[in-house]
Design a protein around this ligand. Sequence first.
Ligand code: IDP
Ligand code: MG
Length: 150
Amino acid sequence: MERTLVLVKPDAMQRGLAGEIISRLERRGLKIVAMKMIQMDAALAKRHYAIHRGKPFFEKLVAYITSAPIIAAVFEGPRAVDVARKTMGETDPAGAAAGTIRGDLSVEIGRNLVHGSDSPENAEEEIELFFSPQEVISYEREIDRWIIES
Ligand code: IDP
Ligand code: MG
């Protein structure tokens, strides 16, 4: 089963959209296996977004993601990386489809509410940045057989 890191970004927290965003991913059928509220510091932000170092938006991105508390979570399910990103919509909300989190609730790329890992490999690395192994909890849900065809 695949896992992905989700961040409810500072703008979502400030706008009171954390419940809405988590709810959409949860209702999709993904299972929460870890969750915490933190305020990222610059060191964590720069590690998490290391791939974007040197890009014109990097400094603003670090300022944005560290500007207020966030919720970090791990969601699990079949193809969780893709499923979560499709539920979130395109990076730039102007192009994100209606019905997606970004397409319904945001308008600008620098305030796009939510992060989702972009590959299973990156997900594993990102999860390790935010959670210790003990904080990610494997458990069964009775309802899973109605969501996942075994
Ligand atoms: P993703 O979040 O959809 O994976 P990435 O390309 O990995 O998108 O970019 C990471 C984050 O950096 C975006 O979610 C967005 O917050 C920010 N970002 C990306 N491109 C731009 C830009 O051109 N201007 C401002 N912020 C950007
Ligand atoms: Mg990305």
